[in-house]
Design a protein around this ligand. Structure first.
Ligand code: HEC
Length: 110
């Protein structure tokens, strides 16, 4: 038993990361922000929240420029076809409407 503890101490001292951990105060803590960005109310919001936040944060959507409708629809279909998002076909238009309503435009170039 003593021999084993000695070996562990040797490993501990040899590893600079472990040694650094030991030097930090035990009460050190960080808080990771987890607030969700504001998603405006409107038709399709529930469909968006249910289907589009399972894999990544809504920031992926909010950080995009104001895409035209056809680009947003293509984006929703890309999530389904390329990334395998399990989104029912009958939800695609509702989600697209919502995306266009707060971060898009009806026409325009992508
Ligand atoms: C099955 C998981 C999954 C779901 C569900 C999902 N996405 Fe994604 N999404 C991804 C992946 C993977 C990426 C690429 C991440 C990267 O490149 O870092 C991505 C990226 C994006 C991007 C960045 C642009 C791009 O094309 O890469 C947007 C915008 C986006 N998603 C919107 C949506 C919307 C809108 C929905 C709901 C319809 C949705 N996502 C649902 C997996 C998903």
């Amino acid at each position: 038993m003593i021999r084993r503890a000695g070996l562990l101490t040797a490993v501990f001292l040899a590893d600079p990361v472990l040694a650094l951990d030991a030097a930090l105060p035990a009460s050190k803590a960080i808080t990771i922000p987890h607030e969700l960005p504001y998603l405006p109310a409107g038709p399709g919001r529930a469909a968006f929240v249910t289907n589009c936040m399972t894999c990544h944060s809504p920031n992926y959507v909010l950080n995009q420029p104001r895409f035209p409708r056809k680009t947003w629809k293509a984006e929703v279909n890309k999530m389904i076809k390329v990334y395998g998002a399990p989104i029912p076909e009958d939800q695609v238009d509702a989600i697209t409407d919502y995306l266009v309503s707060f971060n898009g435009q009806e026409t325009g170039e992508p």
